[in-house]
Design a protein around this ligand. Structure first.
Ligand code: ZN
Length: 543
């Protein structure tokens, strides 16, 4: 694999889950060890990010930002485990060492955090943010704002008293190195918004005061290069959810796609009026100020690089910044590409009828995902009879129905825009077959996941409307394009009416019936599992 100035390659590991028993090994083959089985869940994929559109100075910034990001790896190790060097020197098996690198510690993030290194014990709920023997009661008795802060680490002094050390003191050395790299990158920045953000972010790392840099991040709009860096999410603190873990993403904005998204968001009010429902169900005017952009990721570090990987980021978390500036949604296009190549393509080869397979394309898959996001802005947020929000009226049913709405209205949007000649020369049929292949992907997320339930319902509804036909001899599916269009319109109308009427009982009965998995679909999903088609992806990477 060649690396040059216009190409940065990162390798990702793909997590494969194979719930079906593996066939008995041939006699001459040795049974794989438990660790080999764990490692076999991952395959390495290489992603490329095109830097051809960047200026020379922007290209020079990337290695500085990657160096800054790498210090987040060092800090996150200390937050989640403690002394990485000591752990690594205690492990002689190279496969176990590799697995510890992937997991940022000796506990298996894909296996309920069970230890895979002998004699390490269970993972403390508070990771290494707190003393490992700390109980909730003990902490709550003495908890001060400093002890509960997002940005402090808690220790016990020799007298047994709890003390809080700010991150910038506890991790002074890597923090200072990260800040230095950000300042060097800022000195190269040509975009004034980016320059200001990088300078403020460097200061924030040195003081643990993040709000000025979060505000500057929301203000910057014309940058090509971006970095999300610092202590951000609190998932790693399972004891209280107080402590933020360090992480970083280094990103390159896809200006072409971001520009198209901005244009489509601007067209939403007109598209809202075209929705296939009576006028009272589309009286609201969709907002056109969403900040939705597409990026290629070139580096993940720290918490972002541990466990299952995200393909979309929604930040900042600071509610005061959200009220003043809103939030920004970042779609990571090359990571979606990896999911397409490693998950959607093999599903296509297994479950779509051979003559329609060529219509499953990355552009159509990506467009469907993007228009799903845009379509969340369509429809109505408040019920039309009585008062209140759709979310409040539909309670626990609201999430899955809203995801299904975004799926079908996303398809509605794609076909409307295509008919208006806004999507270039792509074939509408590509979106429809790619949508079906992606339904199989999402159905596998399971019934406890809102997207999983939404996709099961969509599959059953469209199937009953003749939009897909299963060939029982081969277990493959064919899209009937005309019936798919009428089915999508019928489902759009059904969902928008449920939402507008705030019909909780109706939605509950409908969903309960429609998320059932038929024996034939069960058999098809079992075929995907036995073919070792992965469900999720995670990253491994080097410069
Ligand atoms: Zn969604």
């Amino acid at each position: 694999m060649k690396r040059n100035i216009s190409t940065i390659l990162i390798a990702i590991l793909v997590a494969g889950c194979n719930p079906t028993p593996t066939p008995a090994p041939a006699l001459e083959k040795k049974e794989p060890s438990a660790m080999q089985k764990k490692m076999a869940q991952y395959i390495t994929v290489q992603l490329t990010a095109d830097t051809a559109g960047l200026s020379e100075k922007e290209k020079q910034m990337l290695p500085l930002l990657i160096d800054a990001a790498k210090t987040m790896d060092e800090i996150f190790w200390m937050e989640t485990y403690g002394d990485k060097a000591k752990l690594m020197s205690s492990i002689s098996d190279p496969e176990i060492r590799r697995y510890a690198e992937i997991n940022y510690g000796p506990w298996d993030r894909l296996g309920d955090n069970k230890p895979f290194v002998p004699n390490v014990g269970d993972k403390p709920k508070g990771a290494a943010f707190y003393p490992s023997d700390l109980s909730k009661e003990e902490f709550e008795k003495v908890a001060t704002d400093q002890l509960k802060s997002l940005y402090t680490i808690v220790h016990k002094d020799p007298a047994g008293k709890l003390t809080a050390t700010p991150y910038h003191e506890a991790f002074a050395d890597p923090t200072k190195r990260a800040a230095d790299k950000l300042k060097q990158a800022a000195s190269l920045a040509e975009d004034p918004g980016l320059k200001k953000y990088l300078e403020l972010r460097a200061d924030a790392l040195l003081t643990d005061k993040y709000q000025p840099s979060d505000l500057a991040w929301m203000d910057m709009k014309s940058n090509n290069v971006d970095v999300v860096i610092g202590p951000i999410e609190t998932y790693e603190d399972e004891l209280f959810g107080y402590k933020a873990g360090h992480e970083a993403y280094v990103l390159i904005k896809d200006k072409e796609w971001s520009g198209r998204l901005a244009k489509y968001i601007g067209m939403l009010p007109g598209l809202q009026r075209a929705l296939p429902v009576p006028v009272e169900y589309k009286r609201e005017t969709p907002g056109t100020n969403s900040d939705l952009n597409a990026y290629d990721a070139v580096f993940y570090a720290g918490e972002a690089n541990s466990g299952p990987k995200t393909i979309a980021i929604n930040l900042p978390n600071d509610e005061e910044v959200q009220l003043k500036k809103g939030t920004r949604r970042l779609q990571l296009k090359n990571v979606m590409r990896a999911k397409f190549d490693k998950i959607v393509v093999p599903i296509n080869d297994s479950l779509i009828t051979p003559e329609q397979r060529k219509q499953v394309t990355f552009d159509a898959f990506f467009s469907n995902v993007m228009f799903h996001e845009v379509a969340h802005g369509l429809g109505i947020k408040n019920v039309i009879k009585g008062k209140g929000t759709v979310r409040a009226a539909l309670k626990e049913q609201a999430g899955a129905l809203e995801e299904a709405k975004a799926d079908v209205l996303g398809l509605f949007l794609v076909t409307q825009l295509q008919n208006k000649g806004e999507l270039g020369n792509a074939d509408v049929k590509d979106y429809l077959v790619s949508f079906l292949a992606s339904i199989f992907r999402s159905v596998r997320f399971g019934g406890s996941d809102a997207h999983g339930r939404a996709n099961r319902m969509e599959f059953n509804f469209l199937m009953q409307n003749g939009a897909f036909i299963r060939d029982d001899a081969t277990g493959t599916y064919r899209v009937d394009f005309d019936k798919m269009q009428t089915g999508v319109n019928a489902l759009s109308e059904k969902i928008l009416k449920f939402q507008g009427d705030g019909d909780y009982e109706g939605v509950k009965a409908f969903m309960t019936e429609m998320i059932k998995i038929s024996p034939s679909l069960q058999a098809d999903l079992a075929r995907l599992a036995s073919a070792n088609i992965p469900i999720d992806i995670i990253f491994d990477q080097g410069k």
